[in-house]
Design a protein around this ligand. Structure first.
Ligand SMILES: *Cc1c(COP(=O)(O)O)cnc(C)c1O
Length: 458
């Protein structure tokens, strides 16, 4: 059996060797003395740094099942390191000829995953927030003065970005399952002046999947744009495409008929932070980005990615890391990335079954993806709130720790889903767990037993 950390060390040293070999092709030179660290100072700094780095939760470990956090795959880390040591800038072809080409290829692979057919337009961004900002900006340019509709469970940055763009935004309710209420969306469309509807594939709170396939008719009937925020859930398209899909394939299949989609490779795509992506079905939106900068270099007639991106400098290393990762773990349902997401999905299904049979814990909502919500069984919302917070803290402090997170649930949702619970508070926090590491599949039994033990003793 291979050892996780020695495999990583080997990959990282391959990255260093690759760059050293490349550098040696150019004439050797002495580094400027000013750039050389003073050994004793470096030693002290490194020691202090090691101490500061201890202050993190063990995101890599299966016992960490709290937030949407995990380290990059070692392949991604090695790809990133190698490219980062060269430090290309994917703003322009002159800044990063090699990595710009890699970016074009990975964007094609993402488009293929979503079933978007060429010609389309897309590129990587530094985050899901920036990717959504671009999609909303393009939406505003195409439908100036018209509203953006998004759901209560949509990511909080949609409201913020509409503010940045000066676009009027209307927030519509979500059902108790976390999905946007399409009747509410439709009545807003009927009221008029709607330019764009934002749908979420995998809400950040509970992983709710909006019924994209049911929203498609809004596009025809009201002429609205449909933007899909699949920052979290986008890669579950691979699970949806499997021979035995473990998620409902319909909303995922409908993405190809929407106007734009965002996905975060730095969430479920095994990448380090700094890697989002936005894709547009109609490449003609590229004209909106047109700019003339005296700084832009022109050694090539080809399209510079900076000409179709809101951001200027972007890490070529992000494209390199994703490209290398997808060569090793391609975007396929039955091999590569697909089975990794399927493992997390199976973990969520298994844990929710265990929770449904538990006395100590109550399943809050059946998971649609790999996010679990539950709470210590109690008679009232106020007690559930208190006990969830206590259990979360006790879990982290235990000798054999388990790391979870909390999610605030409003009274309306709570009473709909749990009518026997006394609704004595406007809000109650419940326990939330994101099972985004394949290893969680092998640890569910343990995670559940630990949680039951902690909740039972509280
Ligand atoms: C994480 C997330 C975002 C924001 O993406 P960042 O990469 O954190 O900026 C937007 N929408 C959804 C659904 C998300 O899960």
């Amino acid at each position: 059996m291979s050892d996780r950390t020695s495999d990583r060390a080997q990959l990282l040293s391959s990255a260093e060797a690759l760059v050293a070999a490349w550098e040696s092709r150019f004439g050797s030179f002495e580094p400027h003395p000013a750039t050389i660290p003073e050994p004793a100072r470096l030693e002290r700094a490194w020691q202090a740094f090691a101490v500061r780095m201890e202050d993190h939760y063990p995101f890599f470990h299966p016992s960490y099942a709290g937030q949407m956090l995990k380290p990059p795959n070692a392949v991604a880390a090695a790809g990133y390191l190698a490219a980062m040591l060269i430090n290309p800038n994917n703003h322009a072809l002159d800044g990063g000829p090699g990595t710009s080409a890699l970016e074009v290829e990975v964007v094609e692979q993402l488009a293929t995953m979503f079933g978007l057919r060429a010609p389309f337009l897309g590129h990587l961004t530094s985050s899901g927030t920036i990717a959504n900002l671009e999609a909303l900006w393009v939406a505003r340019e195409l439908h100036p003065g018209r509203r953006v509709i998004y759901g209560e469970a949509a990511h909080y940055t949609h409201g913020r970005m509409c503010g940045v763009l000066g676009v009027e935004a209307t927030r519509v309710p979500a059902g108790p399952d976390g999905r946007i209420d399409l009747d509410a969306v439709e009545s807003e469309c009927r009221r008029g002046n709607v330019g764009t509807v934002v749908l979420t594939l995998g809400s950040t709170g509970v992983g709710a999947v909006d019924r994209v396939e049911q929203a498609l008719s809004l596009r025809e009937r009201y002429g609205v744009r449909l933007h899909v925020d699949a920052a979290y859930g986008g890669f579950f398209k691979l699970v949806a495409d499997a021979a035995e899909p473990l998620v409902d394939p319909a909303p995922f299949a409908a993405v190809s008929r929407c106007d734009s989609v965002v996905v975060d490779p730095h969430k479920h795509g095994l990448q380090p932070y700094g890697c989002g992506a936005v894709l547009f079905a109609d490449p003609a939106v590229g004209r909106i980005y047109k700019h003339e900068s005296p700084y832009t270099y022109f050694t090539s007639e080809e399209l510079h990615l900076g000409e179709i991106s809101l951001e200027c400098s972007r890490a070529g290393a992000a494209a390199a890391a994703l490209w290398l990762t997808l060569q090793v773990f391609p975007l396929l349902p039955q091999s590569g990335l697909g089975p990794m997401l399927a493992a997390g999905r199976r973990a969520a299904l298994e844990w929710s079954d265990r929770l449904a049979g538990s006395e100590t814990l109550t399943l809050h909502l059946r998971p649609e993806l790999d996010i679990i919500t539950c709470f210590p069984s109690a008679v009232s919302m106020s007690e559930i709130d208190l006990r969830s917070a206590t259990v979360m803290r006790a879990g982290m402090a235990a000798d054999d720790p388990i790391y979870l997170s909390l999610l605030g649930v409003d009274r309306r949702t709570f009473t709909t889903l749990h009518d026997a619970v006394l609704a004595d508070a406007p809000m109650a926090r419940v326990l939330r767990s994101v099972l985004m590491k394949p290893e969680h599949e092998l640890h569910v039994e343990r995670l559940h037993a630990r949680l039951e033990a902690i909740a039972g003793s509280g």
